[in-house]
Design a binder for this molecule. Structure first.
Ligand code: HBI
Length: 98
């Protein structure tokens, strides 16, 4: 997996909804806020299946209804297209359209 080029970043990253760059690391992050732990965990369970199929796994932290997610490609030592793709899939799942 290759790291995103500058032009790929300029094209792809602004199109992501609510994802921001992590300070001091080539990674993106987003906080999902659900109404309950069960909704958060249901989201994580659905994402787990997609992530496993992609062989691309989120770094995440859950407390009650909140899920903090960080995406980066360890093999590429930074952001790749796979992170953008997983971010989109996670947003679809969070919206109930996954
Ligand atoms: N998940 N986010 C992320 N980034 C990776 O580089 C990655 C992964 N899951 C599995 C994986 N790489 C494997 O290909 C290697 O660690 C063996």
């Amino acid at each position: 997996m290759e790291r995103l080029s500058d032009s790929d970043r300029a094209e792809l990253l602004p199109g992501l909804d609510g994802w921001t760059m992590v300070e001091g690391r080539d990674a993106i992050q987003k906080r999902y806020a659900f109404d309950s732990f069960i909704q958060a965990f249901g989201f994580m369970a659905q994402v787990a299946l997609v992530a496993e199929a992609m062989n691309h796994h989120p770094e995440w932290f859950n407390v009650y209804g909140t899920v903090d997610v960080t995406l980066s490609t360890h093999d590429a030592d930074g952001l790749s297209r796979r992170d953008v793709e997983l971010a989109r899939r996670m947003d679809q799942i969070a919206a109930g359209a996954g």
